[in-house]
Structures are given as structure tokens and as C-alpha cells.
Design a protein around this ligand. Structure first.
Ligand SMILES: [Zn+2]
Length: 252
């Protein structure tokens, strides 16, 4: 089990994982690339020695509070999550600058929330799939007309009118939604102006095939909004981080 420890004196964080006490293999730059030397390490011991005599406390990670600006599979990303000691809530930044570095944890003063930025249709994926599935192929004019109609449908959509797709997205800031029955009816009705006869039937089938889990899903993107509270001790977030920041000083 992962365990989060905070030093109350230094505001330092340590994440105890099952890997702390395993030896680490490091490439020796003076030797051939095949040669690795093993380093015995005990990070927890280092942390305890460093913070000897300080007041330590256990923190509990708040479930589902993880956010990150990069895909889950990206190893060198910055993420944020929340944890609590039962009384206070802490916002913790988890990051790694290089792939071979250990993860670092830092308490930041302030808070974060997710802000909805845009909803878009999956342009390229729809075009590709139309070309692949509809035979004989549609003309470019028909394809463009369909994409234009589909985009028009969601131009001024309220995200709350859409149903979120339960499957996990590979990116933490991208969430997929499916179109509502009302939009579906509107879409089919308008498709009758673009397609006739067998072509209409083909596009109708296409829409039914892809509306729930395919290319017709709408992609909503979010942004991490950090609200940084001024702290005299140290700066909370490095300037290089491409996140939108909002400074709130002395807000009640
Ligand atoms: Zn300490």
C-alpha cells in the first residue's frame, strides 16, 4: 500500500511505495552500456534521517482527485492530487523532470479545479471512417456537408445536455460525450437534405453504428486551473509549467 507522509516542520512529502527498498540499477557512464551497477537504496530511511526530530503525519489521498495535463501513459508529467490529515486539505504536486529520476512530491499552497474549455467533433476520425465504410464512396462535397452539419449541431451546445461516456479516456483532460436523442433526430432529418436513397440508408447505419462508442462521440477538453495563494516561504509552481494560473491574494 502506498503511504503518504508529511513533515509538518518542512512541509515536505514522502510517498512510501513498495519499491522504496528495492535496489536501483544505474548505468555507469564509464563502462560499456551493458554494465549496470546496483545501488542499495532506502528512500524512506533517507527521509526519516533528514527529518529527524520533526513532526511527521500521515496523509490520506483523496480518491479521484488526480489531474494531469498529459496522458496517463506519459512518464515525465506533472500531476496534482489532494490529500488530507483529517483536519486540513493539501494539494500535492507530483512530478518527474527526466524519465530516470524518481518521482518528486511537493505541497503547493492553493487549490485546483477543472475548467471546461471546448467541445469538438472528431473531424479526422469521422472522415477516415466514412471513407473506409461507405461504398461506393461519398463525394468530397457530401463529406464536407456532413461534417459541417455535424459541427453546426454542437456549435452552441451546453455540456450538461450531453451524456458522458463511461469508458476511460487515455487523456485525463479529455472526456467523451455521446449525442442525445434530440440531436440524433435532428441530424438524421438534416441528412436527408444531403443524401438520397441508398446513400441515406448507408449514412443512417453509419450514424447508429458510431453514436455510442465510435467516431461520432464528442470530445470535451478541460484545463487545470490552479489557484495559487501567495506564500512568502517559497514559490509554489515553477514558471515553466504550461498551466493557466489565477493568482488570488488575500481572498476570503
Ligand atoms: Zn522536516
Amino acid at each position: 500500500m502506498n503511504q503518504l507522509i508529511r513533515c509538518k516542520n518542512c512541509d515536505a512529502i514522502f510517498m512510501k511505495t513498495p519499491f522504496d527498498q528495492s535496489p536501483e540499477y544505474e548505468r555507469d557512464p564509464d563502462r560499456l552500456p551493458e554494465n549496470f551497477r546496483s545501488m542499495e537504496r532506502d528512500d524512506l530511511q533517507d527521509f526519516l534521517i533528514h527529518h529527524r526530530g520533526h513532526r511527521l503525519e500521515n496523509l490520506k489521498i483523496i480518491e479521484d482527485s488526480f489531474v494531469s495535463e498529459k496522458p496517463y501513459s506519459e512518464p515525465t508529467k506533472t500531476s496534482f492530487f489532494k490529500a488530507t490529515n483529517g483536519k486540513e486539505k493539501f494539494v500535492i504536486k507530483k512530478f518527474r523532470e527526466k524519465i530516470d529520476e524518481p518521482l518528486k512530491y511537493e505541497v503547493i499552497s492553493g487549490d485546483f479545479s477543472l475548467k471546461f474549455t471546448a467541445i469538438e467533433i472528431q473531424w479526422e476520425e469521422i472522415s477516415k471512417q466514412l471513407k473506409r465504410e461507405i461504398k461506393p464512396p461519398l463525394s468530397q462535397t457530401q463529406m464536407d456537408a456532413f461534417l459541417k452539419l455535424y459541427r453546426h449541431l454542437f456549435k452552441n451546445i451546453d455540456i450538461h445536455d450531453l451524456e458522458r461516456v463511461p469508458e476511460d479516456s487515455p487523456h485525463p483532460l479529455e472526456i467523451y460525450y455521446k449525442i442525445s436523442d434530440v440531436h440524433l433526430m435532428y441530424l438524421l432529418r438534416n441528412c436527408r437534405n444531403i443524401f438520397k436513397g441508398r446513400e441515406y440508408l448507408a449514412i443512417e447505419e453509419f450514424i447508429h453504428r458510431h453514436k455510442d462508442d465510435g467516431v461520432l462521440l464528442l470530445k470535451a477538453t478541460y484545463q487545470i486551473q490552479l489557484t495559487e495563494v501567495a506564500k512568502t516561504k517559497k514559490k509554489a509552481v515553477p514558471a515553466s509549467l504550461p498551466l493557466k494560473k489565477e493568482k488570488i491574494i488575500g481572498k476570503k
